[in-house]
Design a protein around this ligand. Structure first.
Ligand SMILES: [Fe+2]
Ligand SMILES: [Fe+2]
Length: 344
């Protein structure tokens, strides 16, 4: 690492682990230092580099894009109490499905490793050679994608494999039929172009980073609920130790995801702090370009979309519960636990 210019090999470098992460004989990414602390994969140089780029951004008067707990609002189905109700009544399929689909969604993140990055250096006014966004296509997105989807050639599991490992510890791999993630719920009237001042390619990259930040940030809700489910006494009789190990695996995913959230806030903070050359030969401040689209996206992701997803989940779960011997009672109790019953 020379100053703030870092090579791709450095950004992919691993800590010197005293112990690798292995669950049930399967190698998963990351590992443990001699003091037992878990370290995310590819973070030996990437971690300090993100801190250094963040400090440099602040020294120039900028800051990371603001993202706080207000991004975590909106109804959730199933919420923690609903998961507990279903599992306590012998219905494991909904939780199993969620662990499976989450793992499959994580696997899709592998595409980041091969994502073509448009020429940002050519469209922003500042020299970004020693900024984080100057490294997006030179190791940062590659590291991020491999964190999500693992390194198949080396048989090292990423987040996808970690969710499946957690699931299999408590249920076994074939407890229920395999399941695919639900259809993506798109916005009913997605605006065509939100940043017409720049090319479609640049808008695509900036918008992609914003969407990814929202997804990564809000994933935290699911992580917290999942760990609480695993740690609820009595829900996994005879598999208490496995349920605790599953919760620990989710904790490691949470630690990894903090690197993703911090880095995405940094990329967007850097882009807000510079000026972009516009298609009509002028320039526009990054925050003017980014903030209106970000505000719009936040409203969609915290207000509109959670209600749509909650309805979709409710329908799917009600369908599954009809096969339960006490379906009426269970459905009534399930609905009474809704976060915002009247809106669903
Ligand atoms: Fe992930
Ligand atoms: Fe992530």
């Amino acid at each position: 690492m020379t100053g703030l210019v870092v090579t791709e090999a450095e950004l992919l470098a691993e800590h010197d682990y005293a112990e690798l992460q292995v669950v049930d004989g399967r190698r998963l990414h990351g590992g443990f230092l001699a003091d037992g602390t878990y370290q995310p994969p590819r973070s030996k140089v990437r971690g300090p580099a993100i801190e250094a780029w963040s400090a440099a951004l602040r020294a120039r008067g900028g800051d990371l894009l603001d993202a706080d707990a207000s991004l975590l609002t909106g109804p959730r189905v199933p919420n923690l109490d609903q998961h507990r109700l279903l599992l306590a009544n012998g219905h494991g399929q909904t939780f199993w499905n969620q662990l499976t689909t989450t793992g499959k969604i994580e696997a899709r993140g592998r595409v980041l490793a091969d994502l073509p990055v448009p020429d940002l250096a050519g469209v922003v006014v500042d020299d970004i050679t020693d900024w984080a966004v100057g490294h997006l296509g030179r190791g940062l997105l590659a590291a991020h994608g491999l964190d999500e989807g693992g390194v198949a050639e080396e048989e090292i599991g990423g987040h996808d494999a970690m969710w499946f490992a957690a699931r299999d510890l408590v249920f076994g791999p074939d407890a229920f039929d395999d399941v695919e993630p639900p259809e993506r719920i798109g916005r009913p009237d997605p605006p065509d172009r939100q940043m017409p001042a720049v090319t479609e390619e640049i808008e695509g990259l900036v918008s992609f980073l914003m969407n990814l930040l929202i997804i990564e940030f809000r994933a935290e809700i699911g992580f917290a609920i999942t760990q609480d489910v695993f740690r609820t006494p009595g829900l996994f009789p005879g598999r208490e130790a496995q349920a605790e190990e599953a919760a620990e695996i989710i904790e490691r995913i949470r630690i990894d995801e903090r690197v993703h959230v911090d880095s995405l806030r940094l990329y967007l903070g850097e882009l807000r702090s510079t000026r972009f050359h516009t298609v009509d030969g002028s320039t526009i401040a990054g925050d003017e370009l980014i903030d209106p689209t970000w505000d719009d996206l936040v409203r969609w992701a915290t207000v509109d979309q959670p209600v749509l997803l909650a309805r979709q989940q409710t329908d799917a779960i009600e369908k599954r519960l009809r096969a339960h011997p006490e379906s009426e009672r269970l459905l009534a109790e399930f609905r009474s636990l809704n976060d915002h019953a009247p809106t669903l």
